[in-house]
Design a protein around this ligand. Structure first.
Ligand code: ATP
Length: 278
């Protein structure tokens, strides 16, 4: 089979996944998933709990190998990269997790400076300038000397965001960025995700459950369910979707293809009734 080589700059997709198949333990997580993450856009990945959203992120960053399939990030084949190649790729990706994962003994300034100090020997003046610029971008330059314990949940999330962009990544991955935020903090984080994506020319992947929040920022949504892409499109298209999956997931209905009951033995047998007894 001849491989089509596309120069990264020509490819409108920063992340291109084809024929992804993954089994973990005895469970099929992906059963032939094709997915594109367009450059410069915000793409949301949604789906029922345990459907493989975090697993997908781990595939993209090369932390977990699928059984088969192709994963390209900025033209590079993630599955054939060596250790150095993977390291270099991950250097160009920023992450924001729901728990913010700030270092509790470091000030806000030092938390944001941390990735800079870890990876390069930069003059202190330059570090100060970069960190203050990023803190300004998230509205927290004035909080530079505070400790994480002094921050609200929303502020902590914004500090983590400043840290995620401190090395000017090409791709920003948000894993459940809205969990536990009050409405004001949620609006601030949503606005920031949108603004940063535009002003920094980023590409963003957002894994989240909150459809109303996601709809306000995502250009494109992938709904993953039962190992496949159950639906994808812009938020409005998915909202109007008329498949069982879109109806249940976006309508939040209790009944549908996502079963209420975890797979179990026959109920009567479990209760000790003989077959055919009343
Ligand atoms: N190393 C592993 N070995 C076996 N099973 C695993 C492993 N890692 C994850 N799983 C299983 O794979 C499935 C997908 O997990 P994943 O965390 O990707 O789901 P998710 O869609 O992110 O879920 P949630 O929305 O609840 O965070 C789950 O059933 C999980 O238990």
């Amino acid at each position: 089979m001849t491989e089509t080589v596309t120069s990264p700059a020509q490819d409108p997709a920063l992340v291109r996944i084809r024929g992804l198949k993954t089994r973990l333990g005895n469970k099929t997580i992906f059963d032939g998933v094709d997915l594109d993450i367009p450059r410069g856009r915000i793409t949301a990945v949604m789906g029922p709990s345990g459907t493989g959203k975090t697993t997908l992120l781990r595939h993209i960053t090369g932390q977990l190998r699928p059984d088969t399939g192709e994963i390209r990030v900025d033209g590079q084949n993630v599955l054939t990269l060596d250790r150095e190649g993977l390291f270099a790729l991950r250097e160009r990706i920023g992450y924001l997790f729901q728990n913010s994962a700030l270092l509790t003994d470091f000030s806000v300034f030092e938390n944001v400076a941390f990735p800079l100090r870890q990876h390069a020997r930069l003059p202190e003046e330059l570090i100060r300038m970069i960190v203050l610029t990023k803190l300004q971008a998230v509205g927290l330059r004035g909080a530079a000397e505070l400790m994480p314990a002094e921050l609200s949940g929303g502020m902590a999330r914004r500090v983590a965001l400043a840290r995620a962009i401190v090395r000017d990544p090409m791709l920003l991955i948000y894993d459940e960025p809205f969990v536990g935020l009050d409405p004001i903090a949620l609006n601030q984080v949503l606005k920031l995700i949108r603004t940063l994506n535009q002003t920094l020319g980023l590409t963003s992947i957002v894994v989240a459950h909150e459809l109303s929040a996601v709809s306000r920022i995502a250009d494109h949504i992938y709904l993953i369910a039962a190992g496949k892409i159950a639906a994808h499109g812009d938020p409005e298209t998915l909202r109007r979707g008329d498949t069982d999956w879109t109806r249940q997931f976006f309508g939040g209905e209790a009944d549908g293809p996502v079963p209420f009951h975890y797979p179990a033995r026959d109920y009567a047998a479990d209760l000790g009734f003989k077959q055919g007894s009343p």
